[in-house]
Design a protein around this ligand. Structure first.
Ligand code: CMX
Length: 265
């Protein structure tokens, strides 16, 4: 832990109407919407689209007082900030302070996903608002999904054969969207596609069913499973199932060639 940048975390883009902007980022350019989170303290709702290893974060102001609303008023919509992940924010800020650079707004605070974040004044970074972020142990909330371990939306047995879900794997990291086929202490069997191929697969179905990408049945031992999230649809955030059906005009059951269990209401 030495206080250094370890990767690009996200690019923040200020938007007035995220659903309108989704037509570009999700529908046209194919970035899947993965999570939506309100950061009350900043007066923003953040919409995270997956860029494969980093995020595009759409920043929607929730009131006129929010910094993002003021930024849109002053600079218009568009590129807002670039965020780097750091291994140790405190040490990074100490290093910068030793060079006479202090973060904006009084230092580190809680950002999206429970991460500790700090912003650098654009005058210190060549005109770019830079965010530095150290991830906490908490996961960012997934408004359209249900966490297996924090499952208030389902009374019992949320996952069973036929449930549509996203399986998160560790070592190496992978995400599979599909239909749960088997779930026991040994592991999870899922018929699905790697989310890396999601957009190509949807486009293939939008053109017609035939194509090279086909869901495959795979079994993953529990040791590789990070989490399993049900593909739940909310009014605000479309599930992958809804995104598939809206973009292709076909049903997901048709794509999997099977009956898929209806989610419990
Ligand atoms: N691009 C370029 N310059 C910008 C800028 C932007 N997007 N936003 C602010 N600035 C400039 C301002 O014009 C100002 O410049 P001057 O000092 O020359 O006038 C300077 O940066 C400081 O801005 P400020 O608004 O006066 O400073 P505050 O301390 O009030 O605010 C800031 C700090 C910029 C971090 C805050 O206004 C902000 O933008 N917050 C948004 C935070 C956010 O994105 N939250 C989402 C969740 C966090 C997460 O991603 O995890």
């Amino acid at each position: 832990m030495s206080g250094q940048i370890i990767g690009l975390d996200h690019i923040g883009v200020a938007v007035k109407d995220p659903k309108e902007r989704m037509k570009i980022w999700a529908d046209l350019l194919g970035l899947p919407l993965e999570k939506v989170e309100t950061v009350e303290s900043e007066g923003v709702r953040t919409w995270f689209l997956d860029m494969g290893g980093s995020w595009l974060e759409l920043l929607e102001p929730l009131n006129d007082e929010s910094a993002v609303a003021k930024s849109i008023e002053k600079r218009g919509e568009g590129m807002h900030h670039i965020c780097f992940e750091v291994d140790n924010l405190e040490k990074m800020l100490a290093k910068l302070a030793a060079r006479g650079i202090n973060p904006l707004g009084g230092g580190a605070r809680k950002g999206a996903g429970g991460a500790m974040v700090a912003f650098l004044h654009p005058k210190d970074s060549g005109g770019v608002l830079v965010e530095l972020s150290e991830h906490g142990p908490e996961e960012c909330c997934h408004d359209h999904s249900v966490d297996l371990e924090d499952d208030e939306d389902f009374d019992e047995d949320p996952f069973r054969p036929g449930t549509v879900a996203v399986l998160y794997l560790a070592n190496p990291k992978e995400r599979i969207f599909g239909v749960v086929r088997q779930l026991d202490l040994a592991g999870i069997g899922i018929e699905g596609i790697d989310l890396e191929s999601w957009n190509d697969w949807v486009q293939q179905w939008a053109r017609g069913a035939e194509g090279p990408i086909v869901p495959s049945v795979q079994f993953f031992p529990m040791g590789r499973v990070e989490k399993l999230l049900a593909d739940v649809d909310t009014e605000e955030v479309p599930s992958f199932t809804r995104q598939f059906e809206e973009r292709t005009g076909r049903s997901l059951a048709e794509a999997f060639g099977i009956d898929i269990e209806e989610e419990d209401e």
